[in-house]
Design a protein around this ligand. Sequence first.
Ligand SMILES: Cc1cc2nc3c(=O)[nH]c(=O)nc-3n(C[C@H](O)[C@H](O)[C@H](O)COP(=O)(O)OP(=O)(O)OC[C@H]3O[C@@H](n4cnc5c(N)ncnc54)[C@H](O)[C@@H]3O)c2cc1C
Length: 393
Amino acid sequence: MSVTEEDFPELRAEVRGWLAEHRTAAVAPYGAHPPHSHHAGEPERRWVELLRKGRWLCLSWPETYGGRGLGELECMAVNEEFARAGTSRPRLGMGETLVAPAILAHGSEEQRRHFLPRILSGEDIYCQGFSEPEAGSDLALLRTRGEVDGDRLVINGHKIWTSGAQHASMMFLLCRTDPTAERHRGPSYVLVPMRDNGIEVRPIRMMSGGEGYCEEFITDASAPLSNVIGGLGSGWRVAMTTLGAERAGEISTQHLGYLMEFDRLAGRLRDQGRLDDPRVRDTLARLYGRIQLMRCSGVRAVDELRAGEPVAALLAIDKLNWSELHADFGAAALELQGLAGLERPPGDGYPVDELQRAFLESRGRRIARGTNQIQRNIIAERVLGLPKDPRPD
Ligand SMILES: Cc1cc2nc3c(=O)[nH]c(=O)nc-3n(C[C@H](O)[C@H](O)[C@H](O)COP(=O)(O)OP(=O)(O)OC[C@H]3O[C@@H](n4cnc5c(N)ncnc54)[C@H](O)[C@@H]3O)c2cc1C
């Protein structure tokens, strides 16, 4: 499956042994991107609980905080074994993927001991409060304010496009705590309780019918100063750690989810008797080729990680590849099926099948996690060495 296949034989054997014992409880892999409500299901909850007991969550965290202290390549090996067994190894949302790396890199020992176990136990579920109506790609334009009042920070402002805010109990947000400071120096990175704390959450209906994200009106929300990570006014570098904490640990297996969706589409086209159409075959061949390219970029990432190379630029290329592929896949899935692709499943609200959902939700993924134009800027500057994008003062 990848160049790491012979590596870490003991770790791989441990995963295989554990999976052999618990296979019956395993849930099917999610496909390229899990539906927003997926984690709420009872089988998934039971599976996560088993993984927690088996210590197969938060693998890269030091053992002191409940992890296994695994490096990126070891995490890849574990993910490959789960994929090989035909199941998934869910991660604990943004708490695990985005906040924990920032706490580990910039938090005090007290903060690590307090916040990390709460992420691992599922007690704290995080959402990301960075974007604002006037601050997206250029986060330095954010206006949400935080004022120190005794040993607390009082926060006022407006956040938007916050994925999963309606299910979260905590928000990690950026707010300006020094209005006189320069644009990149002012913000602080704070962990703020969401409930009964002056945060009004309004879900935003997406075109897929789901309510994947929300906007929040924040009025006098309060958090203890001990919830500020990295110190007051130092939030920028903490946010950079969060934004840089990409899914390198999944990069060698991520193509499998796309392959699964591809198989679903090919199966449906076969059932519809369309596989003899040369146009259908040509489109499927091109999509399949791009999924294999994604697999190759995963293998390359493994090599670069091994050589100790920074993978930020590679991850920008990867984000561009998977999000553009998924948007093209979604469009092709509907087009190749003809009218059958538009038939909606029965159900209340705005029901869609998984291929229709892929079409609708893949559009936004070119914007989420840094728009593809911004990824192109990163590639232009860091890989091609082109002049930097001019920035306003
Ligand atoms: C599905 C989804 C989930 C999201 N989840 C979250 C979340 O959980 N938390 C959160 O805080 N935010 C979230 N976002 C918001 C996302 O981070 C922002 O939408 C994104 O950063 C872009 O900001 P913007 O929408 O303000 O667009 P803008 O920054 O206003 O950009 C508008 C257009 O201008 C282009 N542009 C801007 N600057 C440049 C430049 N320098 N060079 C070239 N082109 C440029 C952009 O590419 C874009 O096409 C989510 C967005 C989506 C779609």
